[in-house]
Design a protein around this ligand. Structure first.
Ligand code: DQA
Length: 138
């Protein structure tokens, strides 16, 4: 089974960025724990701060992988292009967020991804990614 976690802008700053919201673990530290725990699946990771690179990656994996776990970060709320890419592919996508976007500012209340996703997991810290992984693997 091939699953990719795609992270959008500023997720490379986890550990330093607003730790009261996003915690003090870096994404790569966390990813290593996932790789160790879920060593029976092929787990990939891609991060970019650039919208088009995220779209390119979604297109690249979107007809052959078994699942995409997508934290498009701020692009969740702005990107018609990423929403269209998720709609265009055959691989199912789960939208995840570390924070509970529903409890935050108004501009975070809309997602261009959610309506084309298999589901949305938001607010469980880094565990949101693991819950999405479990949704694909169990
Ligand atoms: C986020 C929530 C977004 O609103 C924000 O822009 C992010 C991170 C989260 O994981 O909680 O960068 O996607």
């Amino acid at each position: 089974m091939k699953i990719i976690i795609i992270n959008g802008p500023n997720i490379n700053l986890l550990g330093k960025r607003e730790p009261e919201i996003y915690g003090d673990t870096t994404y790569l530290e966390f990813h290593k724990t996932l790789e160790d725990k879920y060593n029976n699946i092929e787990l990939f990771h891609f991060q970019s701060n650039i919208e088009g690179e995220i779209i390119d990656k979604i297109q690249e994996v979107g007809f052959s992988f078994d699942g995409i776990i997508l934290n498009a970060a701020a692009y969740t709320h702005t990107s018609v292009g990423i929403g269209d890419a998720i709609k265009a592919i055959s691989t199912p996508t789960i939208e995840v967020h570390i924070s509970n976007v529903n409890a935050r500012e108004d501009f975070r209340q809309h997602s261009y991804i959610a309506s084309n996703a298999k589901g949305v997991i938001t607010g469980f810290g880094l565990q949101s990614y693991e819950l999405a992984l479990q949704a694909f693997t169990t």
